[in-house]
Design a protein around this ligand. Sequence first.
Ligand SMILES: [Zn+2]
Length: 357
Amino acid sequence: MAISKVNGLGLLEAALSYAANGWPVIPLHDCAWGRCSCTRNCSSPGKHPRTRQGHKDATTDENIIQQWWERWPNANIGLRTGAESGIVVLDVDPDHGGEKSLENLVKCFGGLSETIMANTGGGGSHYFFQHPGSYTRNSQGRLGKGLDIRGDGGYIVAAPSRHQSGCIYQFDNPDIKLSALPEWLLSLLLSDGKAKPPENSSLILSGCRNAELTSLAGRLRRQGAGYAEILQELIQKNDFSCQQPLTRCELKKITASIMNYPIQLLLFRWRDCWRSEEGPDCSGVRHVLWALSGYMDTRTGVCFPTQDQLSRDTRFTRKTIRKYLDEAERLGWIRRERVSTRQGSWNYRYFASFPDE
Ligand SMILES: [Zn+2]
């Protein structure tokens, strides 16, 4: 594949390589010192077409390409996506949460097959896939925040164009073959915004989301959060990271169920956990956790014994206690909050917690 050498080429040569590969190109404006060559107050510096009809002018004709880059030697390269080139590109923009959105999709649906990938000069990524043969429309943010699809009627800025940041677009792994769109991604694209998950996996979709939000709610609950606080966090997480967010009503239901879940049972699991094989290896830490557990309020999962009390219970010195408490917190078995006492000194409030969370 001709594009394996594109990274080392000049703009004209690269444009010709794409064309030789059957990928139509257009000249785009370019950036020098971060400013767009269009000299207007530009909203997409170095990314919009030089030619009048934009992506419709894209061609694989060598002569036209030669003329374009003779006229504008620094022109960035616009690469036509869609049926004309046979490619669809997933554009991941980390500045708008694209990496997080992609991570969530992958967690729910499955991974991305290894395929051609380019780094945009602005810190983002372009994943190239074979066009599926059916109409694939462009979309912005429909898959999640910071995730765009460039398909039919679209184009991308391609290597070795220069980004506004001054950095160059580059292929990450040009020797990899262009792979097909993963089934799940194709299904999401074909669902036209209604987010119909792939066949047989609708349970994974909602199950995955529910489980994740419930686990978050449980964690907050153990840390002493109240109803409003938990609901607020769930709304944020839901809106930010879910491709098809749950309704407010469903979020309230999750929050209510966690509020009703007896802390007693959570504490029981906590004690059970740190005493088990997964618990801390250090017997000192276990001993301090044991002393702490005696003070834990089974309604709230919180306690605030003084260090003197813990010292008396464990027969450790206060210094040793502090060492093991630090270690327990580092391992994730407790969370601590410093609180001032009436006498002007301070003490800790302890919350039971779980290392994997
Ligand atoms: Zn411009």
